[in-house]
Unconditional design. Structure first.
Lengths: 359, 132
């Protein structure tokens, strides 16, 4: 039997965009155990809730993550709206849905690019990010920000999208979809990608469920969980089926995200078709008094924002639980038994967002 | 087995113009909503302090006595919150980004030049001179 050695992986590593540290226990080239440690970029955003008014905390909540920022802001707003019994106008709910789905497109394309980069497929990385640029252009054109949209507020949204602009967006989606299908075909069919991903980092259905995997990590193992099915925002009026794969390896997780892109496009089309006319916000009176767990589906999985107010203009407690945190135990399970050279691909396959996780 | 999956995309890319915008020589894409930097007009500011109180990044400082309005460009996150709360609209959002700054040069101070208009004179019948 060979000797076991411990090899540090991260927090600074060429393949990781963000800092996470893993102590890999190796036996020759095989990983036998993994000890994760986090806490390199904790910023204390939850504590800021006591120093910012609850209406201004939206800006802080949005900056929790640099990728799915809109969904963070929206989930926080949903929580406070539930505490204060505010009924958001339907048009605002539809606009939130449209921006959420554009965020998902942008996040998944970013991830597909980073994943291709982790495999050493630079060309595909560039192509994914070129497509992502079109999504960012739409976001900037409608909200004013490419990455931090800042268009959600308590009681509705800040900006409306005109009917002409919605028409242009819907028309642009056709061209975007055909270019996207060319790109995802490479991810799903290419031989070199398949040989790199198939059978790597296996996670069975029961393991995914028991270890609390969420989002595409769970759906790649056949666990059919999608918080959008609970019908927040305008999802209750839109028809969609969560994408699932059964094999539970890196290829399955990649395929789930690649196929979810088309689901998002379909949801945007439906929302643009059904969006009602009317107000986009309601006036907020009073202060929140009560508590609420607000949930939403981020591109990476289930996001939970807990808010508690005591009737003053500052909330007492905010707690943000992001999907990356729940996907760490499944990640440890996937890494056990894989080869050292596969570690970067397996780590990226859960789409880790460390900045989001440590808040 | 699938071969040459990238061939179509690669050929298209070779025959088309670069997707990257050659930024310094060509201007960046800017929309009507783009949040570039905050512009301040001291001639209508009433020093209500709302922008300073509501700023989530604590980047603004309004000095009522010294009659100055200071912004730390390196702290400002261009969230547009101050522009939304300003009651007299002395703040606005420019669509172009502020130029690059060296460290410690982010503080920019503007004088508040607003002069409170004098109250209209009351009619002579009600205005009795004091002490008489």
């Amino acid at each position: 039997m060979s000797r076991k050695i411990v090899m540090p992986f991260g927090p600074q590593h060429p393949v990781l965009p963000e800092p996470i540290h893993l102590d890999l226990v190796l036996e020759d080239e095989a990983v036998v155990d993994v000890i994760p440690s986090i806490g390199y970029i904790h910023r204390g955003l939850e504590t800021l809730v006591a120093k910012r008014e609850f209406t201004e905390y939206v800006y802080v909540a949005e900056r929790t993550c640099g990728i799915c920022s809109f969904i963070h802001g929206m989930t926080y707003c949903q929580g406070v709206e539930q505490v204060m019994d505010i009924e958001v106008p339907p048009r605002a709910l539809y606009l939130r849905t449209i921006w959420s789905e554009y965020s998902r497109l942008h996040s998944h394309l970013l991830w597909l690019g980073l994943f291709a980069d982790a495999m050493g497929f630079e060309n595909l990385f560039m192509n994914s990010w070129r497509l992502r640029e079109n999504v960012l252009d739409v976001l900037e054109d409608t909200t004013g920000g490419r990455v931090i949209q800042g268009s959600c507020k308590i009681g509705g949204v800040r900006k409306d999208i005109s009917t002409e602009k919605l028409g242009i967006m819907a028309a642009d989606l056709d061209d975007f979809e055909s270019r996207l299908s060319e790109l995802t075909e490479v991810f799903l069919e290419d031989d070199s990608i398949k040989s790199r991903l198939v059978g790597v980092g296996k996670l069975s259905r029961s393991e995914a469920y028991d270890l609390g995997a969420s989002g595409p990590t769970a759906r790649g193992s056949g666990v059919d969980i999608d918080i959008r099915k609970t019908g927040y925002a305008a999802y209750r009026d839109l028809r969609f089926t969560p994408v699932t794969e059964t094999s539970g390896d890196c290829y399955a997780r990649c395929a789930v995200r690649a196929r979810e892109l088309f689901g998002s496009i379909d949801l945007i089309r439906q929302a643009i078709e059904k969006i009602p006319e009317g107000e986009i916000d309601v006036k907020v009176k009073g202060n929140p008094d009560g508590e609420y767990f607000s949930r939403a589906e981020q591109p990476r999985g289930e996001l939970v924002h807990y808010v508690r107010g005591d009737g003053s203009k500052h909330l007492v407690r905010s707690r943000i639980r992001t999907p990356t945190l729940t996907n760490i135990p499944p990640l440890i399970k996937m890494l056990r038994g894989c080869e050292l050279a596969d570690v970067p691909v397996v780590v990226l396959s859960i789409d880790p967002c460390i900045g989001c996780m440590e808040r | 087995m699938a071969f040459f999956e990238m061939a179509k995309i690669a050929l298209k890319t070779v025959l088309s113009r670069p997707a990257t915008l050659m930024y310094p020589t060509r201007p960046a894409k800017i929309t009507d909503f783009s949040r570039g930097h905050v512009v301040y007009d001291g001639s209508i500011c009433i020093s209500c302090l709302l922008c300073m109180k509501k700023c989530p990044a604590e980047a603004l400082c309004v000095d009522k006595e010294g009659r100055t309005w200071t912004i730390d460009r390196l702290r400002c996150v261009t969230c547009k919150c101050c522009v939304d709360v300003c009651p007299v609209k002395c703040l606005s959002m420019d669509t172009t980004y502020s130029p690059a700054l060296v460290a410690h040069a982010g503080l920019q101070t503007f004088p508040i030049t607003y002069v409170r208009p004098e109250r209209p004179q009351k009619s002579e019948t009600t205005e009795a001179p004091p002490g008489l």
